[in-house]
Design a protein around this ligand. Sequence first.
Ligand code: TYM
Length: 356
Amino acid sequence: MSNDKKIVLSGIRATGNLHLGNYYGALSKFVRMQDDFDCRFFIADLHALTTHPDPKALHENVKHILAEYLAAGLDPEKNILYVQSDVPEISEMYLLMNMHAGIGELMRTASFKDKARKALGISAGPAAGEEEIEKEIIGNQSGKSVNAGLLTYPTLMAVDILIHKADFVPVGKDQEQHLELTRRFGRRFNSFYGTEYFHDPVNFNFGGQPVKVPGLDGSGKMGKSEGNCIYLIDDEKTLRKKVMRAVTDAGPTEPGSTPTEPIANLFTLMELVSEPSTVDFFKKAYADCSIRYGDMKKQLAEDILKVTLPIRERVLEIREDDDYLSRVVRRGAEQARDIAADTLRDVREIMGIRKF
Ligand code: TYM
């Protein structure tokens, strides 16, 4: 890892198995970047705490994601791989950075509004804006609460990134707002203390647009809380069944018509996993109304399995090797702590915290 390489930092929350959204939005990019950049990838277990996981499940989730990182091809010799909570410097800098994060801007973050609405039992819709959430939180009429960790989630994410002074942050489209806040906090810190300490990190997509992997239920993105996921760990039978059950429509009736959302989503998935000639074949069949969705789904399942099955096999093997997993993260934590301690020392100094 030479010094002139650009720094890459990204992580995935430890909330369960990884799905195709995580894979195409993040993990597959990590793997492709590892030879050309100075990469640091971590497992965000502190972020996972914002949604109160079962304490018994949390460690298993961390272990599983680590196994998935390795099984997908991340090489611990080429990357720093670590668990977020193993680097306490992150938690301290999170406290410091919260002094420059505004409650209003945090409340306006889409992911907060979404989670707060769910916690407060407010249904989504145009009326369910910040005001209603704020009224509920402060008025506490319903007796339901939203934990402060959810509100300051973007501060912690900003610190993950800024503590490495990362240049590139490979993430899916849904994380772009958090990345924007990261830049804002970094710039605010710079201007408040009259320094040029932080620079702007940006998403990285090999020159393309950030990815949004759709679910199989006809609308929206693939996500754990949406319950519409294909997991890397799904066995063949489960995976085929999920794909064959994907929502479709009655089929095109006029040549050259625009696909409806569920069908457009199937094409988006196909573009990620299949050969271009396969995608073309089904697009032409759609255009001339000869498409059979059953055939398309069979092909899609086949092509997804080509990606996921080899990873699944390696995950099952690696997950059993506790010694190897702990060696990887112990070394990763040491490396990440060295970097984080340098930044934290500077940040404390800039903010005026000095030792006697
Ligand atoms: P998380 O755990 O929700 O998701 C991990 C990564 O997967 C991407 N992703 C998707 N990409 C495309 N289509 C989808 N349907 C889809 N679903 C998930 C996400 O964009 C993300 O890249 N806040 C982060 C974790 C985090 C982090 C960080 C990331 C904490 N600190 C610092 C980067 C840098 C999160 O919750 O991701």
